[in-house]
Design a protein around this ligand. Structure first.
Ligand code: DOR
Ligand code: ZN
Length: 355
């Protein structure tokens, strides 16, 4: 097999968890060396609900980004949408260039979501103010109704919580985060103002991978990885060239001790091989010519941000002789498992600078 080379505009990660303290120091360099923009999730404990907290967190991220960070690496800060959020403070943060958007978590849906909400439309006044100011709403679209089967919870949330908002406040720009089913794809396709982020793990894994051959806790995330049919539909959407779909890794590191336990934390740490995994999938689906749209252009267009003029070169090796690291250890000795080593055996990439 011959080597394959693909040049793309510098990619963006429209959804990432960088945590804080030693974990932040360990994981931030991977995101900062790979991506231009990174939309930073606010589910710290306590959550990031004010402009001052977002500005301080941005400073900590930039300090942790490391010497090899891209010169254009830009953390895009997001506030946690709940009753603590003060609309005037958020809008001032947006005007000052500190705050990018707001993220809604249904309380109890996932890691550090306890401070989230029980009704999206209950935040109507905030959502209308966001729509008027052009501030995007990022949504964890997953029902927490215990009567709803786990694998149907994205569809249930979309029908009962998100659709009313999208229809009643059509000026609000919305992102359905980490789409895991066709229900997520459909609401994006049906509404011009709605975009969808897609993760490397929802693109490449299904619940048979998660559960069939020995349960694999390192593939456990929220929304949970769904069926093979859903995965195929998600991969088809990502590789279709449809500008409504874009890359958001949802890289979410947890200590090994939290991932290998009787009750496992939701989250997959994929930042180190985020480009390699998506490149291999697009290669398999004969869609490498559409990779740049998905990882570098569509999200920027959805959010009204300029596309990058810098270039990254991806190369698929002729052999797979490399042994990529499968875990990292933080400064305080915490081990974190890395997703995507198989793809990293094949792919490498390098920034080529600004064009
Ligand atoms: O699997 C997940 N992990 N999904 C989320 O929505 C949150 C994330 C985390 O923070 O660990
Ligand atoms: Zn997330």
């Amino acid at each position: 097999m011959n080597e394959i080379t693909v040049d793309i505009a510098a990619p963006d990660d429209w959804h990432v968890h960088l945590r804080d303290d030693e974990m932040l120091d360990a994981v931030a360099p991977f995101t900062a060396t790979t991506f231009r923009h990174a939309v930073i999730m606010p589910n710290l404990v306590p959550p990031v609900t004010s402009t001052a907290a977002a500005a301080a967190y941005r400073d900590r991220i930039l300090a942790a980004a490391g010497p090899d960070a891209r010169p254009d690496f830009t953390p895009m800060m997001v506030l946690y949408l709940n009753d603590q959020l003060d609309v005037a403070d958020m809008l001032a943060g947006v005007a000052d260039g500190v705050v990018f958007g707001a993220k809604y978590y249904p309380a109890g849906a996932t890691t550090n979501s306890a401070a989230g909400g029980s009704s999206l439309l209950g935040h109507r006044a905030t959502l209308e103010a966001m729509a008027a100011a052009g501030v995007p709403l990022l949504v964890h679209a997953e029902s927490t109704d215990p009567a709803i089967d786990l694998f149907d919870r994205e569809a249930h949330f979309i029908e009962h919580q998100l659709l009313p908002v999208v229809e009643q406040i059509p000026e609000l720009r919305v992102t359905v985060e980490h789409i895991s089913t066709r229900a997520g794809l459909d609401i994006v396709r049906d509404h011009r103002q709605v975009g969808g982020s897609i993760t490397p793990h929802h693109l490449t894994c299904d619940r048979t991978d998660l559960l069939a051959n020995g349960m694999r806790p390192h593939l456990y995330c929220k929304p949970v990885i769904n069926s093979a049919d859903e995965r195929r539909a998600i991969a088809a959407a990502a590789t279709s060239g449809d500008p409504s779909f874009f890359y958001g890794t949802d890289s979410a590191p947890h200590p090994l001790s939290a991932k290998e336990a009787a009750k496992v934390a939701a989250g997959i740490f994929n930042a180190p091989y985020a480009l390699e995994v998506v490149a291999e999938l697009f290669h398999e689906l004969d869609a490498l010519d559409r990779l740049e749209g998905f990882v570098s252009h569509h999200g920027a267009d959805h959010y009204g941000v300029e596309r990058s003029s810098a270039t990254v070169r991806l190369t698929r090796r002729a052999d797979d002789a490399v042994e990529p690291a499968e875990s990292l250890v933080t400064a305080d000795g915490t081990e974190v498992r890395i997703f995507g080593a198989d793809a990293a055996r094949r792919w490498t990439w390098e920034p080529l600078g600004m064009s």
